[in-house]
Design a protein around this ligand. Sequence first.
Ligand SMILES: Nc1nc2c(c(=O)[nH]1)N=C([C@H](O)[C@@H](O)CO)CN2
Length: 126
Amino acid sequence: MDILFIDRLTVMAYIGINDWEKNCLQKLIFDLQLSCNTEFFKDHQSIVSYIDYTHVNQVILSLVSQKHFYLIEDVANLIANTLIEKFCIYWVRVKVNKPGAIHNACNVGICVERKNKTLLKSLKKS
Ligand SMILES: Nc1nc2c(c(=O)[nH]1)N=C([C@H](O)[C@@H](O)CO)CN2
């Protein structure tokens, strides 16, 4: 398995469980890993199936700017599930960092992994 990654993608978001966090933009930093098959892309006819990381970036910006999120877990789940849905990938890892959330820690975050079970099944059959 090959991995396409995006490190330290930074977005300002409405995020948090406290009242004061409802109207206050805070920094979230994303580390993303998406499975891909670079051998497959060598064939020019299949160029359409490469994962465009600029498109991934746009999807994340659009998702995160749409509403207020309660937990970083909610953001991580939404992004992981959407990426699995929108792109032809069978595995994704999404790490959401909320630096500064705890004054005596340099970072806190959540890391989720999702698999596209339907795609996995069809890959096994072929
Ligand atoms: N597991 C989590 N715990 C907490 C979260 C969270 O998103 N997931 N959020 C907060 C507050 O919003 C905090 O970040 C305010 O600084 C507390 N605990």
